[in-house]
Ligand binder design. Structure first.
Ligand code: CO
Length: 208
C-alpha cells in the first residue's frame, strides 16, 4: 500500500464522517467508554475494528505477535490496567486466528533470534497440552488446535493478573477466547469454561 494512498483514504474517510455528522470529530474528542478490550494478533489480516464492525470509541485494542499475555510485558500490562481500572471494560477478549505465523513458527525447530523468547511462551502452551496435540495426526489440524489452546492459555494468563482477578470477583469482568477464521471470515467463540479451567490452578495464582 502506497503511503500517498493512505493520506488520500484518510481525507475520504474524514469527508464521509463529516457528511453524516458535522460534529463527528468534536464528539470523538470528548472521550471514550469502550466496554470491550480486544487483544489480537498484529497480523495485517486481523483487522480488529473492521471485522467486528466497531466504531471509534467502542473497542479498546491491543495487538502483538500471536495475541500473547506475557507477565513481564509492560506494554500489555499498561493496556490491561488502563482498560480494567480506568475504562472499566466489561469484557476482555483474547482473539487468535488460524494461519497465525507466530504459532506456526513456534512449531518449528528453528532459531528465530529475538522472536525466540516471545515464541517460547507458545512452545510452553504446546508442552502443557502435548498429549492432546501429539494425538492429532494431521499437522494442519494440530496447528489449528494450538492456535485455540494458545487463546485458552492467554485467557488463563489474563486471570493471573491481580487487577483482572479483582474485577472478575468484584464486578464479574468477563474473559472470552475467540478465534478469527480467515477462511470464512467468521469470529468463533471458543466458549472456554474459565471457571472450570481455573478450578485447579486458582489456589496457585490467587492474589487475594
Ligand atoms: Co498471528
Amino acid at each position: 500500500m502506497e503511503l500517498k494512498k493512505i493520506f488520500e483514504n484518510n481525507q475520504k474517510w474524514i469527508d464521509r464522517k463529516l457528511a453524516t455528522d458535522a460534529q463527528y470529530f468534536e464528539k470523538l474528542c470528548k472521550g471514550q467508554s469502550p466496554e470491550v478490550l480486544f487483544v489480537g494478533c498484529s497480523d495485517s489480516r486481523v483487522t480488529a475494528e473492521e471485522l467486528m464492525g466497531s466504531q471509534p470509541g467502542e473497542v479498546f485494542v491491543h495487538r502483538n505477535v500471536s495475541n500473547m499475555i506475557i507477565s513481564i510485558d509492560l506494554n500489555m500490562n499498561a493496556v490491561v490496567d488502563y482498560a480494567v481500572n480506568f475504562l472499566k471494560v466489561k469484557h476482555i477478549v483474547i482473539c487468535g486466528h488460524y494461519f497465525c505465523g507466530g504459532v506456526k513458527a513456534a512449531m518449528q525447530a528453528q532459531d528465530l533470534g529475538i522472536l525466540n523468547p516471545w515464541l517460547r511462551n507458545i512452545r510452553d502452551v504446546y508442552r502443557i497440552h502435548k498429549i492432546e496435540l501429539n494425538n492429532i495426526p494431521d499437522e494442519n489440524d494440530r496447528y489449528n488446535r494450538l492456535v485455540e489452546l494458545n487463546v485458552q492459555e492467554q485467557c488463563i494468563n489474563l486471570i493471573k493478573i491481580a487487577s483482572v482477578q479483582k474485577a472478575y470477583k468484584q464486578r464479574n469482568l468477563q474473559v472470552h477466547g475467540w478465534v478469527f477464521d480467515m477462511q470464512t471470515g467468521k469470529l468463533i467463540d471458543l466458549k472456554i469454561d474459565l471457571p472450570k479451567e481455573l478450578k485447579d490452578i486458582m489456589e496457585i495464582y490467587d492474589l487475594g
